[in-house]
Design a protein around this ligand. Structure first.
Ligand code: ADP
Length: 397
């Protein structure tokens, strides 16, 4: 029997990314993006079997107008095999511990959570509501970035601030990138021949946003991002952890308001800030470092040290340690970052094999450790496939 297909939809405030996925395969049947929605020059691009196509959308086309163009094309390609639509939703708060079928109650709950993700959840909802109206004949499922981390124990998710701020405002650590951490840990366990239900892994998702997670027996037990995706590691333009008194200092000393401080910490910091504005892109920084640029060298050193420190800290959450998994654009490709990070973790017996490290780049999955070392794996993430798998599991229940 031909296998079932899932359309995975990821709506941002002015874009819709989509992929038609066979959950049994890594490659997508069709994928595309509608961009500049709400602007004059909105457009739609997609790719099927390596062939790129595009069309201009109507001026100021919104999410619904874009989906009205996307869905019939997807249906034609799916040829009767489309069984569900899986929507990526950034924040599920404490309400969602797993994927769920979308109807009135979950939609209301996602709307209630919007205060926690004001940039993301409203955009996700635009896509959900439009797609459900346009395509009511298939089930729609929400898959949350935060859900995988809802298994954190209270001592890992609570901040040491007055209890009321948690109970009344929901201020706690949620964690993000859950779909990716879950996907790579399941893949690594499968590839390494280790029973996921009896395993302890540390995962590092290193893209423009970066986070680590500790995964015990297949369940997330701690993670580096917190109430928002700003906490934790050094990222492309995000600072990660800083002293919380920094806000007060910048306000009193320089008269900066909250908006300016938020902008600095989210958009001007991280690799970009450390490299004195050179770049937020790791490839550019590695090149500059190799040419002797001192701030590029520093940015990379801080990135790797902070990453290793986070992994070492998260080891406290594990009862056994099988290994480390690298993923995301940097984790999947950067030989240097993997090597430098591992060099800070020698106390854990971690030892990279230089040749294997060099070989596993460009979308290849493979182990990169020396014999006797804990496992170290490179696993290309595939969030769309994970969303498709969870969507199918949800409708099967
Ligand atoms: P996003 O979080 O936006 O999905 P990606 O996962 O694509 O981002 O990761 C982007 C990062 O990966 C950038 O910093 C980019 O420089 C880095 N990257 C991609 N390829 C390489 C490479 N060959 N070497 C080092 N870094 C790389």
């Amino acid at each position: 029997m031909a296998s079932s297909l899932v359309l995975v939809v990821n709506c941002g405030s002015s874009s819709i990314k989509f992929a038609l996925v066979n959950p049994q395969k890594s490659e997508f049947i069709m994928e595309g993006v509608a961009e500049r929605l709400g602007e004059k020059e909105a457009d739609l691009k997609w790719i099927i079997s390596g062939e790129k196509q595009s069309l201009a959308l109507d001026e100021y086309a919104n999410h619904k107008a874009a989906l009205a163009r996307i869905l019939p094309k997807v249906q034609t390609v799916a040829d009767g095999r489309l069984v569900a639509i899986g929507h990526r939703v950034v924040h599920g708060g404490e309400h969602f511990t797993e994927a769920c079928i979308l109807d009135e109650a979950p939609i209301a709950a996602i709307r209630d959570t919007a205060a926690l993700a004001p940039l993301h959840n409203p955009a996700n909802l635009l896509g959900i509501e439009a797609a459900m109206k346009l395509f009511p004949e298939v089930p729609h499922v929400a898959v949350f970035d935060t859900a995988f981390h809802q298994t954190l124990p209270d001592y890992a998710f609570r901040y040491a601030i007055p209890e009321k701020i948690y109970t009344e405002q929901g201020v706690r650590r949620y964690g993000f990138h859950g779909t990716s951490h879950r996907y790579v840990v399941e893949e690594a366990a499968r590839l390494a021949g280790i029973d996921l239900a009896n395993s302890g892994w540390l995962t590092a998702h290193l893209g423009n946003g970066c986070s680590t997670a500790a995964v015990m027996n297949g369940r997330s037990v701690d993670t580096s991002m917190g109430f928002t995706p700003l906490e934790g590691l050094v990222m492309g333009t995000r600072s990660g952890d800083v002293d919380p008194n920094l806000h007060g200092f910048l306000h009193r000393k320089l008269g900066w308001d909250l908006e300016k401080i938020d902008h600095m910490l989210n958009k001007e910091s991280g690799l970009l800030g450390l490299s004195a504005g050179l770049s937020n892109d790791m490839r550019a920084l590695e090149k500059a470092r190799s040419e002797g640029n001192a701030s590029a060298r520093l940015a990379i050193d801080v990135f790797c040290y902070r990453l290793a420190k986070s992994l070492a800290g998260l080891a406290c959450a594990l009862e056994r340690f099988d290994g480390i998994i690298f993923t995301g654009g940097i984790g999947e490709n950067s030989v240097l970052i993997r090597e430098k990070t591992a060099s800070h973790l020698k106390l854990f017996g971690v030892a990279i094999d230089d040749e294997l490290n060099r070989q596993n780049v460009g979308g290849k999955a493979g182990k990169i450790h020396q014999p006797g070392s804990p496992e170290i794996w490179v696993v290309p993430t595939n969030e769309e496939r994970q969303i498709a798998v969870e969507t199918l599991a949800c409708i099967a229940e």
